[in-house]
Ligand binder design. Structure first.
Ligand code: RET
Length: 254
């Protein structure tokens, strides 16, 4: 199949999993733009801008998929359940997570009042998680190599979880944003764990799920991890701009 744009439209599941997200990202963006107008605190504004970027990237990402630009058919190697067959890879997702997820972590790290070194480390680990995930999806030379990339990506993911679960909760407590951080942390951790599960079960992994269900799996997680997440975060920032007291991401002095 060379016309991926048509292939998307010919599948109701695939098409809806993409177009629904374009609409929701646009809606979220407008909502946050409206809400953010009254926010004056520079740190609170930075958090709001970061959340807006999540939807900006999302619209571009799903446009890439809708237009077929970032979708291809791949022939899976021996050992894969679909070995020798063509399967559709929506590889643009993994690429664009490289740009969207850092903004999620930036917003969370700022909200926790964490330090620049920790936010930087979490984002670097996250970027490598996404890029090695892209490599896992695109490797067709060896089945083993696909899973090796997957493991590497998981190792980076564990690093990200360390910041979310061990470092930032302490920082948030000290900052006075412990309660909201805890809610957003739980939402993020549970949703993010869903992504490697969908990859493993989806058409690119063990192929238990077909391509339409796999795509909806990611799209559903995106709806919670991006739009619901940003809406909750911005509503909090709007209500309590003073809770985000510190004005820079410089390490706190003793
Ligand atoms: C992959 C497969 C390889 C192993 C792991 C993965 C993790 C992906 C995650 C993605 C999160 C994406 C979000 C996107 C929002 O725009 C790459 C699926 C660990 C955690 C939140």
């Amino acid at each position: 199949m060379d016309n991926m744009y048509r292939a998307v439209l010919d599948s109701a599941a695939l098409a809806s999993s993409i177009y629904v997200n374009i609409a929701l990202a646009g809606f979220t963006l407008i909502l946050i733009a409206m809400w953010s107008r009254g926010i004056r605190n520079p740190r609170a504004r930075l958090i709001t801008y970061a959340t807006m970027m999540i939807s900006v990237v999302s619209i571009s990402s799903y446009m890439g998929l809708a237009s077929g630009l970032t979708i291809d058919t791949l022939v899976m190697p021996d050992g894969h359940p679909l070995a020798g067959e063509e399967t559709i890879s929506l590889w643009g997702r993994y690429l664009t997570w490289t740009f969207s997820t850092p903004f999620i972590l930036l917003a969370l790290g700022l909200m926790a009042g964490s330090t620049a070194d920790k936010i930087f480390s979490a984002i670097v680990l996250d970027v490598f998680m996404c890029l090695t995930g892209l490599a896992a999806a695109l490797t067709t030379s060896s089945y083993l190599m696909r899973w090796f990339w997957y493991l590497l990506s998981t190792a980076f993911f564990l690093g990200v979880l360390y910041y979310l679960l061990a470092e930032w909760p302490k920082d948030a407590e000290a900052q006075g944003t412990g309660k909201i951080f805890n809610t957003l942390k739980l939402l993020t951790v549970f949703m993010w764990i869903g992504y490697p599960i969908i990859w493993a079960l989806g058409n690119e992994g063990l192929a238990v799920l077909d391509v339409g269900i796999t795509s909806w799996g990611y799209s559903f997680l995106d709806i919670i991890a991006k739009y619901l997440f940003t809406i909750l975060l911005v509503l909090y920032v709007k209500k309590e701009p003073d809770a985000i007291t510190s004005t820079s991401v410089a390490p706190a002095t003793a």
